[in-house]
Design a protein around this ligand. Structure first.
Ligand code: NAX
Ligand code: K
Length: 490
């Protein structure tokens, strides 16, 4: 499991560790890891040109000490100081001792000369280190720092963010205005939520974690399943299993207008571990024609026979009665697409069995009564808010899919899925995900596990199916067994 902790938790852990170590030891650990990662990235340190963007806090200190290490190995290192009088004194002295230089400053030389010099240095650099601000960040990048981020983002040089890209909110991944676009982020002690959640994740590039010896508590703010975690959660039929023991998933989806949504949801459900798939709705002929193993019924969810979990909503049009019948069932329910619009909040809140809602950003925005951009800007807050309002587990689809448990509060970790690919942004892909995830619910996974395992397999299947080319949703469904095998084989 990859875990990320909030700034507050990191600060507490750092204080505890610092109290037991000599002054500055932690920063030296960070700088040593940072310099090593930079050396790996540039390949040849000797003779390389390195520019340090240095803010007024310890993040700048890390950059300066790492710069000193690179200068000792023969790099030409120059620091661009945002606030010379408040620069980390020990770090700056170390850089000077190692032969590093300092660029003209805003304060002494004026803004035009400062920006010209910075632009010139960044243009000619092989490597730019972003030490403008780290976990001490408050609000959008300040006006004096923002132009440096813009220059670095356009640079031909490799850009390494120290701890996290400046301009990305450490706790949420939100980006308001300019931010550093890094090729690599070297982060210390633990991942920060902003490195795992979009838009921040996109700015971070690849992420390398440097262990500085922090001990962190049990509950993370954000966690991301890895292959081994998913492998442990996948349902495996025992010797005694029959189709009913493996779980029956009911799919109430599709309409005369959208029969394809029913077919695609069933295609996902058949590959999700349940022993049987029961389809209820007006698209039975289309479903049977494609998947003869499906049990079909046109009698409505209440009379359809026993299931261990329901999926309701994909392509459902305006059939509010199917949604209401499913919500009245005493088994886990996944609500997607049209079902989200048709589900009554009180009916969802009043349920005893687990409910999993799977909106994309537009659907989440409609449920929250805000603009879609607002959800995309603040994905972590949005998923928590929705989970709190509905008292349900919420899976917010997107480039980083998030899954929040029914509490909605900051106390429980939000799961983030990183296997997604932009090729998955294709019609019907969400229907496959809802069928797959409903199947995992029927097989006995909790709503949070089913959501995060479903998103993981779906993303991986999307990658395997696409392999760099466009694919349709049915290709993604067909690749689910490949993804499952890939996870199991590790
Ligand atoms: N505390 C520790 O034990 C360790 C800290 N380390 C480093 O120290 C960093 C935290 O250091 P600090 O607490 O000094 O904080 P930072 O250096 O992250 O940021 C604080 C400084 O940035 C300025 N600032 C805040 N928001 C800004 C914005 N939006 N735009 C521009 N400037 C802004 C503040 O005025 C302040 O001077 C970590 O991210 C990490 O890089 C590492 O050396 C490991 C050990
Ligand atoms: K930084």
């Amino acid at each position: 499991m990859r875990t990320a902790y909030s700034v507050e938790t990191v600060r507490t852990a750092e204080r505890e560790l610092m109290a037991r170590l000599p002054d500055g030891a932690l920063m030296q650990r960070a700088a040593a890891g940072l310099a090593a990662a930079c050396a790996d990235l540039v390949g040849r340190v000797y003779g390389s040109r390195v520019v340090l963007l240095v803010g007024s806090g310890d993040n700048g200190g890390d950059a300066l000490y790492a710069g000193a290490r690179l200068a000792r190995r023969g790099a030409g290192v120059t620091a661009v100081l945002l606030a010379p009088e408040r620069t980390h004194a020990g770090g700056l002295a170390a850089l000077r001792r190692a032969g590093g230089g300092v660029a003209p400053s805003r304060q002494a030389d004026g803004i035009p000369a400062f920006l010209r010099a910075a632009a010139d240095l960044i243009d000619r650099a092989d490597l730019v280190l972003d030490g403008i601000v780290g976990i001490g960040a408050k609000g959008p990048l300040r006006p004096d720092a923002a132009p440096l981020a813009a220059l670095a983002s356009r640079a031909r040089a490799a850009v390494v963010a120290v701890d996290l890209p400046s301009g990305v909110d450490p706790d949420t991944g939100e980006v308001d205005g300019e931010a550093i676009r890094a090729d690599l982020t070297v982060t210390f002690g633990t991942h920060k939520p902003g490195l795992l959640v979009d838009p921040g994740r996109e700015y971070a590039g690849s992420v390398r974690l440097v262990d500085i010896g922090l001990s962190l508590p049990g509950e993370a703010a954000v966690e991301a399943l890895q292959h081994a975690d998913v492998a442990r959660l996948l349902p495996v039929p025992g010797a005694e299993s029959d189709k009913y023991r493996r779980g029956v998933v009911g799919i109430a989806a599709g309409s005369a207008r959208y029969p394809g949504a029913a077919v695609l949801a069933v295609s996902g459900a058949l590959r999700g571990g349940a022993g049987a798939v029961r389809y209820v709705g007006p698209a039975a002929d289309a479903v049977i024609a494609r998947f003869p193993e499906t049990l079909v019924s046109d009698r409505g969810p209440r009379k359809a026979g026993r299931v261990q979990a329901w999926v309701v909503g994909p392509g459902a049009g305006d059939d509010a009665s199917a949604v209401a019948e499913v919500l009245a069932a005493d088994v886990p329910v996944l609500i997607d697409a049209d079902g989200l619009r048709l589900a009554d909040v009180d009916a969802v809140r009043g349920r005893d069995a687990p409910t999993l809602m799977t909106p994309h950003a537009g659907e989440a925005a409609a449920l929250l009564g805000v603009a879609r951009e607002e959800v995309e800007r603040a994905r972590l807050d949005s998923v928590r808010e929705l989970a709190g309002r509905y008292g349900a587990t919420v899976l917010l689809k997107g480039s980083t899919t998030l899954v929040a448990g029914p509490g909605g509060g900051a106390a429980a970790a939000v799961r983030v899925n990183a296997t997604g690919t932009s090729w998955l942004a294709t019609a019907g892909s969400g229907d496959v995900l809802s069928g797959l995830t409903g199947s995992l619910l029927a097989a006995g996974l909790s709503a949070v596990d089913a959501g995060s395992v479903g998103a993981y397999l779906h993303g991986l299947a999307g990658r395997l199916a696409a392999d760099g080319a466009p694919v349709g949703a049915h290709d993604v469904a067909a690749a689910l067994p490949l993804a499952w095998r890939d996870v199991v084989r590790g």
